[in-house]
Design a protein around this ligand. Structure first.
Ligand SMILES: [Zn+2]
Ligand SMILES: [Zn+2]
Length: 352
C-alpha cells in the first residue's frame, strides 16, 4: 500500500509505503479507483481556516492528527472484507460515504453522523483516498452507484455532491418554486447547478468573479450568470430572478459573497452558507426579524442524503463537470493550483 501523507501542514506531502492492511471485524478494504481533490483539502493541508480579522481556526487543535492521508471523495473496489462485514463482496465497486461519526451518540443515532462531536471522517480524522488502498469501518458506508457512472464521476458525489444536495434540501420547496442563486462556480457550484436540474428545480443563477467559471456555470445549466464585482450586481440578480431573491447558496463564504446574498434576499428569503473561504459580516440584528431572513449553515450531508442523491442520479448521471484525471504523484501540484485559484471543475486522482 502506497499513500501520500501530510506530515507537516503547508509542506509538500510525502509518500509512505506499508504492507496492505487486513480488514478486521466489520471493516472493508478497498483498492482506490478514484479520489477527488476537494477545496477543503487545501485548508487541511494548510492547517487552518481564516476567521477574519487575522484570526485562524487551527485544525491541529481540532483533533486532526498528522501524518494524515487526505482524500474524502472516494470510489473503490472491494479487495477484502472483515469477518463481520456483510452486504459487499470482493470485486464490488462502491462510493464511500466519508462523514462518519462515532456511531454511538444521539446525533449519530438520529442519522446526522456528519455533525458528530467525535468525528471519524475519512481523509480528515482517519486516512483517506490519496492512497492505493483504503479501509472503511463498515459496509453501510459503501454505496452502490450503479453502472452508468465512471468512478471519477461518482467520487465527487461523496463530498461536493452531498454538500450541494444537503444545502439544497435546506431550501425545501423553494428549489422547485424559485430560482436559486448559486454563489461560486467552482466544483461545488457546478455540481449544485446540475443537481438543481436533476431535482427538476426552477433553475440556477450563477455568481462568480471569474469569467471562465461563469461560462462553465452556463454550460452546466445556469440560466443566468452575474459578475459580483459589477456595481449593479444586486439589481442584476433580482432582474434574473424576476424579483427579489428567495434562495441563495453561498459556496464561497467570504464577507463580500455573504453580503451580496443578504442584500439580494426578499423578506422571508433564505441564505445557506456552505463555503469556508473565511471572513466575517456585520449584520444589524433588527434586519433578521424585520426581513424574516434565514441564514443557515450547511456542513456536508447525511448518509441518508447521499443515498437519496445516488438514487436521483444513478440512472441519469449528472452531466460531467469538467474533470481532470491525475496520477497520485500529481496531487501536490493540484493543491498548489487550487491555492492559486487555477482549477476549473474537479480534479480526481486515480491511485490504484
Ligand atoms: Zn470535500
Ligand atoms: Zn456520534
Amino acid at each position: 500500500m502506497r499513500s501520500l501523507q501530510v506530515c507537516r501542514c503547508g509542506e509538500p506531502m510525502q509518500f509512505a509505503e506499508r504492507a496492505d492492511p487486513k480488514p478486521a471485524g466489520s471493516e472493508v478494504l478497498l483498492k482506490v479507483l478514484a479520489a477527488g481533490i476537494c477545496h477543503s483539502d487545501l485548508h487541511i493541508w494548510e492547517g487552518y481556516y481564516d476567521l477574519g480579522h487575522g484570526k485562524r481556526l487551527q485544525l491541529l487543535e481540532r483533533g486532526i492528527k498528522l501524518p494524515l492521508t487526505m482524500g474524502h471523495e472516494n470510489v473503490g473496489q472491494v479487495v477484502a472484507v472483515g469477518p463481520k462485514a456483510r452486504g459487499v463482496k470482493v470485486g464490488d465497486k462502491r462510493l464511500v460515504y466519508p462523514w462518519i461519526g462515532c456511531g454511538a451518540c444521539a446525533v449519530c443515532k438520529r442519522g446526522d453522523e456528519q455533525l458528530c462531536m467525535v468525528p471519524r471522517f475519512v481523509g480528515v480524522y482517519r486516512d483517506g483516498g490519496y492512497a492505493t488502498h483504503l479501509i472503511v469501518p463498515h459496509p453501510r458506508y459503501l454505496l452502490n452507484y450503479g453502472s452508468r457512472m465512471k468512478p471519477e464521476q461518482a467520487a465527487p458525489l461523496a463530498c461536493s455532491g452531498v454538500t450541494a444536495y444537503g444545502a439544497l434540501k435546506k431550501l425545501g420547496p423553494l428549489v422547485k418554486s424559485e430560482p436559486v442563486v448559486v454563489i461560486g462556480a467552482g466544483g461545488l457550484g457546478l455540481i449544485c447547478i446540475a443537481i438543481i436540474k436533476a431535482m427538476k428545480g426552477k433553475g440556477a443563477i450563477a455568481v462568480d468573479i471569474d469569467t471562465v467559471k461563469r461560462e462553465a456555470a452556463k454550460r452546466a445549466g445556469a440560466f443566468a450568470i452575474v459578475d459580483p464585482n459589477a456595481p449593479d450586481a444586486v439589481a442584476q440578480l433580482q432582474a434574473a430572478a424576476k424579483g427579489p431573491v428567495w434562495a441563495a447558496v453561498d459556496f464561497v463564504g467570504n464577507s463580500q459573497t455573504a453580503q451580496l446574498a443578504i442584500d439580494s434576499l426578499v423578506k422571508g428569503g433564505k441564505l445557506i452558507v456552505v463555503g469556508l473561504f473565511g471572513g466575517d459580516i456585520t449584520l444589524p440584528l433588527p434586519f433578521v426579524p424585520i426581513r424574516a431572513m434565514t441564514i443557515q449553515g450547511s456542513y456536508t450531508g447525511s448518509l441518508k442524503e447521499l443515498n437519496e442523491l445516488i438514487k436521483l442520479v444513478r440512472n441519469r448521471p449528472l452531466p460531467l463537470v469538467p474533470t481532470q484525471i491525475s496520477a497520485l504523484d500529481g496531487a501536490q501540484r493540484v493543491i498548489s493550483d487550487l491555492k492559486a485559484g487555477k482549477v476549473v471543475g474537479r480534479v480526481v486522482l486515480t491511485p490504484a
